[in-house]
Design a protein around this ligand. Structure first.
Ligand code: FAD
Length: 480
């Protein structure tokens, strides 16, 4: 069976990678308390593929072998819809907070494979890498952006030579030295795709930065410099942090310390045009946005449902201002749902893949960061002082305190325990470090929305729009 169980996944990632965190060097993310919750969530995600009631929704069979459905290139509307349902199951499992569940990168690589011819002499490498990932059900992260040193200059003109680049070409492959940011999930991913993002100038100095390849997360010289964990290390009880404890997917800067990338793992090399047109030629955007919009829907539904539950518990749901906020959350869900319907209704074959229209998704990509900030704000507004006037769940086990907390923390319609559980969840979803990082993630996970908006504007053919205004005025003038 080509689909892995959670146990097989954990065994594969348990040891080997070089992770630096809090001044320590660690290599086992399964046992380290800063990483173990996320690793278990990844394992749970893999296990969902094996559940009897889900296996046919999460996987497909080809030549007698079963594979994860996100590896499959949809060829018609039904297959695209089936893939959407698969995305939704994985997204719901983390309430939409695990941005890089493996389906995100699986569809990325699927689109690369469908456009393999575009990679010229490296096309066979793209095809065999896709097959390798699919057949072994491996998880991937990617890293696209050069370090944030001096954004006023292109990479080849930086005063400080820090960005990852090709420093040597040998018979065995290319040697990469330098850093890339950010790599979400790198602590848990089997593989890292190192792919282009910004425009590379067509000059000799810029050529070392023109590449695309895939490398194992534990390859010699690959160093993951992790941000400090958002997992609370001194929590009185796991119920105090029901999200951070499990759904921190981690972020890291990846340092390539003279890493040899064998030729068979190279997808592009010294081809500036290919790097600059990477996304246009492969149509990757339509597919990753398909996944991330379904995930955004799962997240919006979760925040809506959380707000309903909080306002029911405090009996504030009868107030018109509160009802307005609930309606705002419902509207967000409906907008996202409608955008998915529109993108699927306008799908077409691109590179042989039934691909959603990326335009509605690109619009949501610009709206969603503020929409999500507002979801968190509404939870904070309706939760109010209750978000901090709840104890640790551990107090219910304390002989000294349990009588007090059982009495004084009740809600209108529930026990102190249920209210404490609910408000700790609301805290974790809206105020904690985890929630702060989630808000940052939604703004930047697929690039800078400010530049994306400018690109959207600059790429549009605006002549018909302007002409229509002049025609309107001219017609009226003529009719006078
Ligand atoms: C939580 C999180 C997870 C991420 N995960 C991944 C991942 O898994 N893989 C990956 O490859 N990347 C990931 N990213 C990185 C993401 O791609 C970048 O954050 C994004 O492209 C923006 O680049 P930057 O962070 O370097 O910001 P900068 O480019 O430094 O921008 C900072 C600010 O300056 C402005 N600015 C900078 N340059 C310009 C310009 N030329 N014109 C106008 N305004 C400008 C921006 O609008 C912004 O306000 C992640 C980011 C975050 C925050």
């Amino acid at each position: 069976m080509a689909i892995r169980t959670g146990k097989q996944y954990l065994e594969a990632i348990a040891e080997g990678r070089d992770i630096r965190i809090d001044g320590e060097k660690i290599n086992n993310v399964v046992t380290d308390p800063r990483f173990s919750g996320g690793a278990q969530t990844m394992a749970m995600i893999f296990d969902l593929q094996h559940r009897k009631d889900l296996i046919d929704k999460m996987t497909y069979v080809e030549d007698g072998e079963r594979y994860g459905l996100s590896h499959k290139a949809p060829t018609n509307a039904e297959e695209l819809e089936a893939r959407k349902q698969m995305f939704k199951i994985w997204s719901d499992a983390s309430c939409g907070t695990f941005g890089r569940s493996p389906d995100y990168m699986n569809v990325y690589l699927m689109a690369m494979n469908a456009a393999a011819d575009q990679f010229g002499e490296y096309a066979p490498n793209v095809r065999s890498y896709y097959k390798y990932i699919r057949d072994n059900d491996l998880s991937m992260t990617h890293t696209l952006v050069n370090p944030q040193v001096d954004r006023s200059k292109p990479v080849e003109q930086q005063d400080k030579d820090l960005a990852a680049k090709i420093v040597k070409t040998t018979d065995e492959g290319i040697v990469i030295n330098g850093a890339r940011m950010v790599s979400t999930l790198s602590a848990y991913a089997d593989e890292i795709l190192v792919v282009p993002s910004g425009i590379i100038k067509n000059n000799q100095e810029a050529f070392p930065y023109a590449f695309a390849f895939g490398i194992q997360g534990d390859a010699p010289g690959v160093i993951h410099v992790s941000r400090p964990s958002v997992v609370h290390q001194n929590a009185g009880h796991p119920m105090d942090y029901p999200m951070s404890g499990r759904f921190d997917e981690t972020d890291a800067m990846i340092i390539f310390d003279n890493v040899l990338v064998p030729w068979e793992r190279v997808f592009s090399h010294g081809d500036v045009d290919m790097c600059n047109e990477f996304y246009k030629r492969t149509n990757i955007g339509a597919h990753i946005l398909d996944q991330s919009t379904v995930r955004s829907l799962a997240k919006a539904e979760f925040y809506r449902d959380l707000a309903f539950t909080i306002t029911d518990s405090t009996k504030t749901d009868g107030f018109i201002n509160v009802q307005n906020m609930m309606a705002e959350l419902m509207t967000s869900v409906e907008i996202i749902r409608s955008i998915i319907v529109a993108a699927h209704a306008e799908a077409k074959l691109v590179n042989g893949v039934w691909s959603p229209n990326a335009a509605p998704y690109a619009s949501l990509r610009l709206l969603y960061p503020d929409m999500y900030q507002r979801m968190c704000e509404i939870i904070r507004t309706v939760g109010a002082g209750g978000l901090v006037a709840v104890p640790s769940y551990a107090e219910f086990d304390s002989d000294d305190t349990k009588d007090f907390v059982n009495k004084y923390f009740e809600s209108a319609n529930g026990s102190s325990k249920s209210r404490t559980k609910l408000f700790r969840l609301a805290y974790d979803a809206s105020i904690s470090s985890f929630a702060g990082r989630q808000q940052l993630y939604e703004r930047y996970y697929s690039g800078d929305p400010v530049r994306a908006a400018a690109i959207m504007y600059n790429m549009a053919d605006k002549e018909p729009n302007k002409q229509r205004i002049w025609d309107f005025l001219d017609d009226y003038e003529k009719s006078l």
